[in-house]
Write a protein that binds this ligand. Structure first.
Ligand code: SF4
Ligand code: SF4
Length: 296
């Protein structure tokens, strides 16, 4: 059993991305977010990702369909069905090879509700391992300036799940920032000014941290620009189809750095936006973008 074998299995089960993180990048985490709280004997963290279809963002970009394009294929079905099936199948294969393997849904620890500890010294259930952090530690993704996960394959377009295993696998190296140019288009592209470039925090695996702007999630919670909540995901606001992320996708595709390329540009018309009350901001694109769609 080696990393290459595990990666080939993951790809055969539909994963678009797969990386291995060393347990050393999780040791410092609090018990509430530490994989060892769930599986004390684990040795490696396998992270798999599946792409958000670019086409699933089309209805959101046009402002004409949010649910049956992105809401299903890009969000809940992708996490609950397609990615979960890949995670389940890989876990089965590991178990068939006499390895213990613990599949974890790709949560982020944002306002998830906790129960009562079952004993003194134990963290309250549910311990949540942040899948975005794991994806960085596994060498799959970098944190962007506006706190999105970027991969060289798909830019902003993927979701992650995690498997803890007692297999001792050769780990990948966490990414440094190379895709995000800190162009700040996402800052101007947010119609509600929720991204604060003046307040930076450090995120990522130790030794590979990068500066991330504060994103005011209380504002994002009321964002009507493609942001969404999903059932069973706490108060987490999914931003991957929101104006910030679509603006970033446009910038990344223009940069030519992404591997999954298309004949036509993603942004074909001036983008729309809505304010805090859901009303159309008619001069949004004039304020935020020049005529060619680039950030002013
Ligand atoms: S829009 Fe620019 S600054 Fe913002 S995340 Fe994307 S590349 Fe980074
Ligand atoms: S989700 Fe909405 S409010 Fe939050 S940063 Fe993105 S565009 Fe702005």
């Amino acid at each position: 059993m080696n990393s290459q074998q595990v990666k080939e299995w993951a790809k055969s089960f539909g994963a678009d991305l797969v990386g291995i993180a060393s347990d050393k990048y999780f040791e410092h985490l609090p018990p509430e977010n530490n994989p060892r709280s769930i599986y004390p004997e684990y040795k490696s963290v396998i992270v798999i990702g599946r792409r958000i279809l670019r086409g699933s963002l089309r209805g959101v970009e046009e402002g004409t369909n949010f649910g049956s394009t992105y809401g299903s294929f890009g969000f809940t079905w992708l996490e609950d069905n397609f990615l979960s099936k890949s995670t389940y199948d890989l876990t089965c294969r590991l178990e068939e090879n006499n390895l213990e393997a613990v599949p974890l849904f790709g949560y982020q620890d944002l306002d998830m509700s906790y129960g009562m500890p079952v004993a003194d010294g134990k963290p309250a259930p549910n311990v949540i391992v942040d899948a975005n952090y794991a994806a960085h530690a596994a060498g799959l993704a970098e944190y962007s300036f506006c706190d999105l996960m970027l991969t060289e394959e798909f830019g902003t377009r993927q979701r992650f799940a995690v498997i803890l295993t007692d297999a001792e696998l050769e780990p990948d190296t966490p990414k440094s920032r190379s895709l995000c140019t800190e162009c700040a288009a996402c800052v101007s592209g947010c119609p509600l000014n929720a991204i604060n470039p003046e307040k930076l925090i450090q995120k990522g695996a130790p030794g590979f941290e990068m500066s991330v702007a504060e994103v005011k999630m209380d504002i994002c919670m009321n964002c009507d620009n493609g942001a969404a909540c999903g059932r069973g995901r706490g108060n987490h606001r999914d931003r991957l189809a929101a104006a910030c992320a679509r603006t970033c996708l446009v910038q990344l595709e223009k940069s030519g750095k992404l591997k999954n390329n298309f004949s036509n540009e993603f942004r074909k018309r001036t983008p729309w936006a809505r304010d805090e009350s859901g009303k159309a901001i008619n001069d949004y694109s004039e304020k935020a973008f020049a005529n060619d769609g680039r950030f002013k």
